[in-house]
Ligand binder design. Structure first.
Ligand code: F3S
Length: 754
């Protein structure tokens, strides 16, 4: 048993009481999301929270991390002094395997190329009580659904498609590595109380329509921003008719509309999936508190009263959809695709059809797609497109292989890729003669932004269900409508494809020889974390130094950034991703994308010690070597974008002492605070203009640093004049302690040291 039944028992024992209290507190019937959120508050509350307004601290039950984001998260965790993670946590090696020729060869190559990363993740997981899923074990979200997700639970995962676990009734939210560190260290995890969007599903699907089409339709209605800051809660008889894995697909792709997460209420389909995946005990426990794992009856009766927005979809009328290109909210019913292809001039030829991934590789998905593939032989058809299959986990792969389904794909030329992200995240060495040629691919994945799958701007990627993608592979055309159109077979006859048939769960049960799981040591104190001292990709972290108790004096200006300065400008992605586990190496990208207000150039700032211009990281390293602290000055909404903690760690590591801006993006501001950095704002935004390139800067008032009390900035200009003005901050008492200790993790370490 890899899941933690004791933790689930605890959650279920407390839930009925917590739901009752929450009803009293809010004075109304509850949606499912509210039941789960209030049951996971970090501290007891005596008042209800305002949705979309209040920031709330939560205590999630689990953490899941994928191998790209886990590196820095675990390096940080290691510095907090705990001997074990505070909540059950897992690491999944899925992102670093490149699809090139096929599962076995690709996995073998990844094992050698990424060896040091895997050795590190395996050893540190072993040490700190973290479950480790080896390369080839599967994709994080599928593995979580098969093993860990449980109705009524709350988890965070360091990947944007973590909400996949909503298919089993869990509030599961994608976060950055810094949030994972907090929860593993036992700190509260903060989130703005989400708004709630209710999606009522009526009727029943049939024929070619699948759960994928529900989310493709919802994406078309709500668009890529429509779910921002909201949980999307599905309900209605149509919802209860969907398999748990189908629900998972819908929740997974809720990320495409920007939703915090998506969720379904507990039902018989979830119970069946829990039982089929070896979790009879969880199903039995959930059955006992079923009413608390679904919205209250009054919510079903009058959803408009309880959700901020309600959408209704009649599944009986829903057509299969194809979404794209370049954005997942461009939704086309398959019957309109021919017109759309002609009107927009998209390449009609489907060059590659790809099924599977974390989004759509359930037993049901594979059986339905395989039933289409089987028809090729019976009807004398051949696949016209290249065709790949990405199983979501070794358990799924083994089971569908045992049941002869992979052979069906093989018979039409399908290539089975490793149980990993591969082309879904751009880890795909695509074979294409002319990379600049406009071309079309169709996937059953979730995202289709330009360049996402193969790095080519010329590729038009469309998203559809696995069975529709398989039909496109046989037709080789995007304009093909399998519900109406015929195909010409080898004998020149016109044939039609039959409706796909699937099985929700394997009749003979799931099977697997080696699921790829490594349980951690019971006592990890003797385990050594493996990091080679000369590694370029990994570096153990030294705790940041504590504040010395004095005001900050004689600082130099590193850069006065002008205009937009996102986390991408502060810590660029792309080729730098490989250094995510090596703070010193990745720090060589510090602020290289920011525009210097004095020369309008990027990565060119004045080294006031020499008077010469140089690259930002080099100039900062020169200040650090000279023992001089520095200040970064920024414009509005500094640090918007991703929650990447590197954007806060890099300046801290290189000796920047203060980030002084007109305004902060909230997550970045919190990240700076966690790293012990001083992040402050101009009380009068016009003071931004007073900062000059050669200034020597003091920040005073720190000895009386207190919530709500402004600090003072003194600029000593080169001509001997000076300017003094106020700077505001949003540090609360706890965050001031982080600053004093040098970082939030330092403070925890102090607590654990006694
Ligand atoms: Fe993300 Fe991997 Fe799925 S890249 S979308 S977790 S297949």
């Amino acid at each position: 048993m890899v899941f933690d039944i004791e933790m689930i028992k605890k959650v279920y024992a407390a839930l009925p009481g917590q739901v009752g209290e929450t009803r009293k507190l809010t004075g109304k019937p509850l949606t499912l999301s509210e039941k789960i959120l209030y049951a996971h508050l970090f501290n007891h509350t005596s008042h209800a929270f305002r949705r979309g307004e209040d920031y709330v601290e939560f205590r999630p039950d689990r953490v899941a991390m994928q191998d790209a984001t886990a590196q820095m998260a675990l390096l940080q965790f290691k510095t907090c002094g705990r001997d074990k993670v505070a909540v059950p946590s897992t690491v999944h090696c899925d992102h670093l395997i490149q699809a090139q020729t096929g599962a076995d060869a690709d996995l073998e190559k990844a094992l050698s190329v990424n060896r040091e990363v895997y050795d590190f993740l395996g050893s540190i997981s072993n040490k700190y009580g973290i479950g480790f899923w080896k390369p080839g074990a599967g994709i994080i979200h599928q593995v979580v659904l098969e093993n860990y997700a449980f109705p009524g639970g709350m988890m965070i995962g360091t990947d944007s498609h973590t909400p996949n676990a909503g298919g089993l009734g869990m509030v599961a939210i994608g976060v950055g590595g810094a949030d994972a560190v907090d929860v593993m260290a036992g700190l509260p995890w903060e989130l703005k109380m989400p708004k709630l969007i209710g999606v009522k599903l009526t009727g029943r699907m049939s024929g070619w329509t699948s759960p994928k089409d529900i989310i493709l339709k919802v994406a078309g209605i709500l668009t890529v921003k429509g779910g921002t800051g909201a949980i999307v809660e599905y309900f209605g008889e149509g919802a209860d008719s969907l398999s748990a894995t189908g629900k998972g697909t819908i929740c997974n792709m809720g990320a495409e509309i920007g939703a915090t997460c998506s969720i379904f209420g507990y039902d018989d389909k979830m119970a069946a999936y829990l039982k089929a995946t070896g979790r009879e005990e969880v199903a039995a426990l959930a059955d006992q508190i079923r009413e608390h794992l679904r919205p209250d009856a009054e919510v079903y009766a009058a959803p408009e009263k309880y959700y901020d927005q309600v959408i209704e979809i009649n599944l009986s009328e829903l057509e299969p959809h194809v979404n794209g290109p370049f954005t997942p909210d461009l939704a086309w019913p398959v019957s309109k695709m021919k017109e759309a292809v002609e009107a927009n001039g998209w390449p009609d030829e489907v060059e590659v059809a790809l099924i599977g991934s974390c989004t759509n590789s359930s037993y049901e998905d594979i059986t339905r797609a395989a039933s289409v593939a089987r028809q090729a032989e019976e009807k004398g058809l051949k696949a016209k497109s290249e065709f790949t299959i990405t199983p979501g986990s070794e358990q799924v792969r083994y089971t569908v292989d045992r049941d002869g389904l992979l052979a069906n794909f093989d018979s039409i030329g399908g290539i089975v890729l490793a149980n990993a992200c591969g082309p879904c995240i751009g880890q795909w060495a695509r074979h294409i003669d002319d990379p600049s040629r406009k071309n079309t691919i169709v996937t059953s994945f979730n995202r289709n932004f330009a360049k996402r799958n193969d790095g080519l701007a010329s590729t038009h990627a469309f998203v559809a269900s696995p069975e529709i993608v398989t039909a496109f592979a046989l037709a080789g055309r995007l304009s093909f409508n399998p519900l109406k159109d015929t195909l010409t077979n080898e004998k020149g006859e016109q044939v039609m494809l039959d409706e796909p048939r699937g099985e929700e769960l394997p009749a003979r049960g799931f099977a697997v020889e080696d699921p790829g799981y490594v349980a951690p040591a019971k006592d990890g104190s003797h385990v050594e974390v493996i990091v080679s001292p000369d590694s370029e990709r990994l570096q153990l972290l030294e705790p940041f130094p504590a504040w010395d108790g004095n005001d900050l004096k004689d600082l130099r200006l590193l850069i006065k950034a002008k205009g937009k300065c996102t986390t991408d400008h502060i810590s660029m992605a792309g080729p730098w991703l490989k250094y995510r586990g090596h703070l010193d190496n990745i720090s060589n990208n510090l602020l290289i994308g920011a525009v210097n207000a004095y020369n309008d150039q990027t990565n060119s700032v004045k080294n006031v010690l020499t008077g010469e211009y140089g690259e930002v990281p080099k100039v900062q390293r020169a200040y650090k070597a000279a023992g001089i602290g520095s200040v970064v000055v920024g414009d509005e909404n500094y640090g918007e974008g991703s929650s990447r903690e590197h954007a806060a760690m890099e300046p801290r590591h290189l000796g920047v002492r203060v980030i002084l801006v007109k305004s902060f993006a909230r997550i970045h501001e919190t990240n700076l605070k966690k790293q012990g950095m001083l992040g402050i704002t101009f009380a009068d935004k016009n003071d931004y203009e007073k900062v000059q390139e050669d200034d020597i800067i003091d920040i005073t008032g720190l000895t009386a640093f207190a919530p709500g009390k402004p600090l003072t900035v003194v600029l000593h200009h080169k001509d001997g004049s000076s300017d003094t003005f106020q700077a505001n901050h949003t540090y609360n008492a706890q965050q001031i302690e982080w600053f004093k200790a040098g970082s939030a993790l330092n403070l925890i370490r102090k607590q654990f040291a006694g």
